[in-house]
Write a protein that binds this ligand. Structure first.
Ligand code: NAD
Length: 455
């Protein structure tokens, strides 16, 4: 590991990553590699947790293709020094902001979108001119192996490398000195990463999780809300960081809404979702058992069937749940949707705000007033009005959490900016050099005060 870092340090210092032509060529290599490995990656995702091919394409490979296309198309304009307004005090001068790569970056990923969540940051790191070590999650071992192979076959490891391995490997990596660490995973491990980074004063981005609410108001289009929440919740079998974790629905429409959710689940996955080719499995026994324990309290209104041998966990709706139940004490990260009721929107807002800031929030309402109120009064990473998940689809929207759900945002240009240090430069003209700022200046203070005020 030390040797690898040394090679990367030497490569970075050689300046080879600086020309935009180099960066674009390597991004094209990644594009080609993805294209050539698409089937192998889709198979690996299926082997890890029966990820449906359609979801593998839309949320992993297809997503990355979009990010790559955008980076290739926009790199010149993103990387251009940006001129800013002058201040008269510096006259004559030209002020610019330059984007400079940090150097060696470490990109640590989780298992739930095991390809997208290490390669999307890699695109940003490469576009910004950095070297990178990618550490995919050991809990999706087939995908991790496919990523390692693809990177090894297409890149000089002195520039970009992928390392397979478990917690120990991540911990060893964290002891090394990097210039930037990008971590996606759970909040407790985020804390470990940040502590380790502090040792070397390495800046970090943390893309973490949390309990993301969906609010369904009385004036919402209930059918549409049910369809879009069912889609966002049960995609990837609920193992999505931005999945609606629970629903807060207005008491008067709760029963109708639960019926509609049930209908959507049947429409999407059939009477027996275990037979559906479009429904994923739980990643491992530990998570399967953790989720099974959540069913011990409250009432199962729909689903609840499980099969430990195949780690099948039916899309499940839970009712009669309070914030004291274990299912509401941590991020669910699985196909269980607790339904809680509220009376007034202020009550829903108060419930959300008495917990950590969520990664996402989804509000279903036709009322502009409610939209404004929730956006103004509830802090959260990002989200949608009358939809779920789709804020990730627009690369012009930076994606990230806030507070315990993370820090820093990426996607599209935000990824380039995240992996670039912004160097501020004033280029002063030489033809004018007023002596007023140079000592001895104490006698000039009254004049300077007046001048500042006037300026
Ligand atoms: P995790 O935190 O357990 O693991 C993520 C990575 O950290 C893995 O590569 C693993 O090797 C490493 N790791 C685990 N334990 C470690 C330790 N003690 N010391 C050092 N490294 C360690 O997360 P996960 O279970 O893979 O993913 C699920 C979590 O990730 C959920 O909380 C989810 O919300 C979050 N997530 C967030 C986003 C986002 O974009 N904000 C996206 C996907 C997942």
């Amino acid at each position: 590991m030390k040797q690898l870092l040394k090679r990367q340090r030497t490569f970075f210092r050689s300046g080879k990553t600086l020309p935009l032509a180099f960066r674009k060529e390597r991004l094209r290599d990644l594009q080609q590699a993805l294209y050539e490995n698409e089937q192998a990656l889709t198979d690996a995702l299926y082997a890890d947790f029966r990820k449906p091919a359609m979801e593998s394409f839309t949320t992993e490979v297809g997503f990355l293709e979009q990010e790559l296309k955008l980076a290739l198309h926009k790199l010149e304009s993103w990387a251009k020094p940006r001129r800013v307004r002058e201040t008269i005090i510096n006259f004559p001068a030209r002020s610019t902001i330059h984007s400079e790569p940090f150097g060696l970056t470490l990109l640590i990923g989780p298992w739930n979108y095991p390809l997208q969540l290490v390669l999307a940051p890699l695109i940003g790191a490469m576009a910004a001119g950095n070297c990178a070590i990618v550490k995919p999650s050991e809990l999706a071992p087939h995908t991790a192996a496919a990523i390692e192979k693809m990177i090894r076959e297409n890149f000089d490891d002195a520039y970009v490398a992928a390392l397979e391995g478990g917690v120990e490997t991540t911990q060893q990596l964290l002891q090394q000195r990097f210039d930037y660490i990008f971590f996606t995973g759970s909040t407790p491990v985020g804390r470990i990463v940040m502590k380790a980074a502090a040792e070397h004063l390495t800046p970090v981005t943390l893309e973490l999780g949390g309990k993301s609410p969906a609010i369904v108001a009385l004036d919402a289009d209930l059918e549409l809300a049910a369809r879009r929440i069912t889609w966002g919740k049960f995609m990837n079998a609920g193992q999505t960081c931005v999945a609606p974790d629970y629903v807060l629905v207005r008491e008067q429409v709760k029963e109708e809404f639960i019926q509609l959710l049930g209908q959507c689940i049947r429409d999407f996955y059939g009477e027996d979702p275990a037979q559906s080719p479009d429904y994923a499995r739980i990643i491992n026994d530990k998570h399967f058992n953790r989720l099974s324990n959540f069913l011990k309290e409250g009432s199962v209104r729909m689903g609840g069937q499980t099969d430990a041998a195949t780690r099948y966990f039916a899309p499940t709706i839970l009712e009669h749940i309070t914030w004291e139940h274990p299912v509401m004490q941590e991020e669910i990260f699985g196909p269980i949707l607790p339904i809680l009721a509220y009376e007034e929107i202020d009550d829903a807002i108060a419930q959300i705000n008495s917990h950590e800031k969520p990664l996402a929030l989804y509000l279903f309402t036709s009322s502009k007033e409610k939209q404004h109120k929730v956006l103004e009064q509830v802090p959260f990473g990002g989200g949608c009005i009358n939809d779920t998940i789709s804020h990730l689809i627009n690369p012009n929207l930076p994606f990230g959490g806030v507070g315990h759900s993370g820090m820093g945002s990426y996607h599209g240009q935000a990824s380039f900016d995240l992996f670039s240090h912004k160097k501020s430069i004033v280029n002063r003209g030489t033809w004018l050099d007023l002596p007023v700022r140079y000592p001895p200046y104490h006698q000039r203070l009254p004049f300077i005060r007046k001048l500042f005020k006037w300026l």
